[in-house]
Design a binder for this molecule. Structure first.
Ligand SMILES: C[S@@+](CC[C@H](N)C(=O)[O-])C[C@H]1O[C@@H](n2cnc3c(N)ncnc32)[C@H](O)[C@@H]1O
Length: 340
């Protein structure tokens, strides 16, 4: 007699072990097995040789990933790519290799184990674990993780930068500042699409030290680009017609309001402030957005916003909200102006 496992039991059992999924994706991204596998299916022994892995252990890893559609198990130890596993390749135009590494960095694991504490307190646990702010830790104690973060942000922004440049009308804008713009993937795309516009990349010192080559000295856009290091929670001090904040206002609410107020102080009269976010209530990707929301609670005491929640914080900073509209399937744009 066969007795099948009730779907609810199977579901919860699998989910409780889902750290294995994340760890498997991380292991595959780290050892570069997706790069070793070409367009044709390949035996695991060849892949193991290419990435210097134990063949049996690699077979087990790929078998586990194939259960989730990451690699295709053709049987007899032969594996092929799927659309998902190809995204782990470095050379894929939409590569998410660094994004997957970032989402599974060593510091994330110790935070997840303490989620219950954050839920009870409503506070981040990073400060009590490491005795310092997340970004201070990243740059002082985990520079390799900081480098992964910067590359991950660049990869993530590559997916939406072109669409953002198409959506954002910069006519009449002389200078745009990308606040906490990472390495400048979005700013470079905006400058390429708007040859009259000058751009400023504003981020922490360690980040602007390693900008997108197009913005760096000798780069194609360098003559229209300026790199400014600073802490936008303290001061911005760069006058401009438009400030962009993409996936930045995800820390505690006080930091969000302080940053927006700092922009209002620096802005030219009538300047626009454009906030681009994955909104909780506007996202077709609620599993991704709600999971990121919890990670933000853990590391910076932050959040992903609802539309109303974000609009309220923008208003609290004394800015006038002009419109909220979609950028693409998963990003929204809140446009505000600085009252003159
Ligand atoms: C989630 S990333 C977003 C990067 C970029 N806007 C994008 O969408 O690709 C957040 C950025 O905020 C920067 N950052 C964090 N704290 C900052 C601060 N106090 N002042 C300026 N930049 C900061 C980080 O270095 C990082 O580049």
């Amino acid at each position: 007699m066969t007795s099948s496992v009730p779907p609810a039991v199977r579901q919860l059992r699998e989910m409780a072990l889902s750290a294995a999924w994340a760890a498997s994706i991380r292991a595959a991204a780290k050892i570069g097995v997706a790069d070793a596998l070409g367009d044709e299916p390949a035996p695991v022994d060849d892949l193991a040789k290419a990435v210097k892995a134990d063949p049996e252990a690699l077979n087990r890893l790929l078998r586990a990933l194939a259960c989730h559609g990451i690699f295709d198990d053709r049987g007899d130890g032969v594996f092929a790519h799927t659309d998902v596993s190809r995204l782990l390749r470095d050379d894929h135009p939409n590569s998410l290799r660094y994004m997957t590494l970032w989402a599974t960095e060593p510091w994330t694991w110790e935070l997840w184990a303490r989620l219950d504490e954050s839920i009870l307190s409503g506070e981040n646990v990073f400060q009590s674990l490491h005795g310092k702010d997340f970004f201070d830790y990243l740059h002082a104690d985990a520079p390799e993780s900081a480098a992964v973060f910067d590359k991950a942000m660049t990869q993530a922004s590559r997916l939406s930068a072109r669409r953002l440049a198409d959506t954002l009308d910069l006519s009449g804008v002389g200078t745009v500042v990308d606040i906490a713009g990472g390495q400048g993937q979005v700013l470079a795309t905006l400058l390429e699409a708007n040859p009259e516009v000058r751009g400023v990349l504003f981020d922490l010192p360690e980040v602007v030290a390693n900008p997108d080559p197009r913005l760096a000295e000798g780069g194609a856009l360098a003559s229209r680009a300026e790199l400014v290091k600073g802490d936008c929670r303290r001061k911005v001090g760069v006058p401009a017609d438009l400030y962009l904040l993409k996936n930045v206002l995800e820390w505690d609410d006080d930091s969000t309001v302080d940053t927006l107020r700092n922009l209002a102080v620096a802005a030219k009269p009538g300047a626009r402030i454009v906030i681009v976010e994955n909104l909780i209530d506007g996202s077709p990707e609620s599993r991704f957005t709600t999971a990121m929301d919890l990670l933000l609670l853990l590391n910076v005491g932050g959040k992903k916003h609802t539309q109303d929640g974000l609009v309220k914080l923008v208003s609290m900073a004394g800015l006038r909200v002009e419109e909220v509209r979609p950028v693409n399937a998963y990003l929204h744009m809140v446009v505000a102006t600085v009252s003159s």
